[in-house]
Each structure stands twice: as C-alpha cells, then as structure tokens.
Unconditional design. Structure first.
Lengths: 113, 113
C-alpha cells in the first residue's frame, strides 16, 4: 500500500522568504508524485508532478520539487513566497496505473507581510 | 467556463435525510472521481468511474451511491445522513483511466445537523 506523510501541518513564513514543504512517501513499487494546492474555499489545482526523467520538477507559480528516491521524499520549494501563496498544499502519490491518488494530510502555508 | 462543476456549493441538512450532490465536467474526460475531505483537511478517494462504469469503491458505506448517467456526470446520493458525513466532497475528472492529472471541482460543503 502507498502512503504519504506531510510532517508539517502548518508553515508560517514572511513574504519574500524561501519556503520548503516536506513530503515523504512509502511505496513498494514505482511511484508518481504530485503536489496540489487548495486556495481558500476552492478545489485542488495541480502545481507539479513527477512521472519520470529529471528529478527536479518545475511547476506553476514559481514552485519546484525534487524527487529523491533514496530518501523517499518529494519536497516542495519556492525561493520567494508571496502573500497570494497562502493556501493548503497537498502531496499525493499514485501507482503506475493512476487508478487513484493517495493524499497526505496537507500543509497550510501562511505567508505574512 | 467551469471545467468541473458541482452543485450545490453548500448543503445543510438534518440527520436521517437523503441528499444528492451533482457533478458535471465539460472536458470530455472519461474518468470521474469523488473524494471526501474531512474537518482535518484529510482527502480520501471514495469512488471512481470510467465511462459510466464503477472502477473504485473504497470501502464506502452503502448509504453512499454514486450514479453516472453519462460520462460527463457523476452524482453522489447519500441516504440516511449521519453527523460523520459532514465534510467537503470533491468531484474530479481525468482524460481517461490511467492518466495522471486529475482536475478538481470547487467542492460541496455538506453539514449534517
């Protein structure tokens, strides 16, 4: 069975500071990894995904993530955050068949001036 | 134009009632999903349908019955509502079974009193 752990339930950060949101996964087979963002009172939107190839993945809104197989991690980073990045961020894993997404518990990013 | 839409956006009802949530996607996708997000923001898949056929049923109580009249619609009917059913329900779609990216609707917040 696959699982995702997001250790940080909330990450407060000041505007223009860098941020890293942590995600670790568990799987016995090849995985595909995703980060989704949920803005207040909205549905989820795909930020980026890792399927194969380069382990550094760039997404929308200046976010990037690095797949690290040895550490079973897929941490999300942004070098300089904006107030508008305040949202809930979900890491997810899918099996090879993409039958379903298994989500982590989410990390709330709080950006203050 | 909304790609994945859900109605209603908010639903408040009494315990024991029966209610339905509707989902429509205008993306021409074959596969649709229902997810439940609880009060702690944990997001878990409930069902998936591919071309109107049930693919995944994640041990959801049989009070929940999805119905797909055509591949653009996936409705969720809930009988005998319980307090624990209070959550945000998200519909999603993907181009076809086995494709990686899912597109989410805005969610329906169900409150059972």
């Amino acid at each position: 069975a696959q699982s995702v752990t997001q250790l940080d339930s909330q990450v407060p950060v000041f505007e223009e500071a860098p941020v890293e949101l942590r995600c670790n996964y568990s799987s016995s087979v090849s995985v595909y990894l995703f980060w989704y963002v949920q803005y207040p009172n909205q549905g989820l939107q795909l930020l980026l995904k890792y399927l194969s190839g380069s382990t550094l993945v760039k997404g929308i809104n200046g976010f990037e993530a690095e797949f690290n197989k040895s550490q079973t991690s897929f941490h999300l980073r942004k070098p300089s955050v904006h107030i508008s990045d305040t949202a809930e961020y979900f890491c997810a894993v899918s099996d090879q068949g993409f039958q379903k997404l298994v989500f982590g518990t989410g990390t709330r990013l709080l950006v203050s001036p | 134009d909304t790609a994945v839409s859900q109605t209603p956006k908010y639903l408040v009802t009494q315990m024991g009632n029966d209610k339905s949530i509707k989902c429509e996607q205008n993306l021409g996708h074959d596969t649709m999903y229902w997810y439940k997000q609880d009060s702690k923001k944990f997001l878990k898949i409930m069902f998936s349908y591919n071309n109107k056929e049930l693919i995944i049923n994640e041990t959801v109580p049989n009070r929940f019955s999805p119905k797909s009249p055509d591949k653009a619609h996936l409705n969720l009917h809930i009988n005998s509502l319980e307090l624990g059913d209070s959550a945000v329900y998200f519909c999603a779609s993907s181009p076809r079974q086995g494709t990686d990216t899912q597109y989410f609707g805005p969610g329906t917040r169900l409150t059972v009193l």
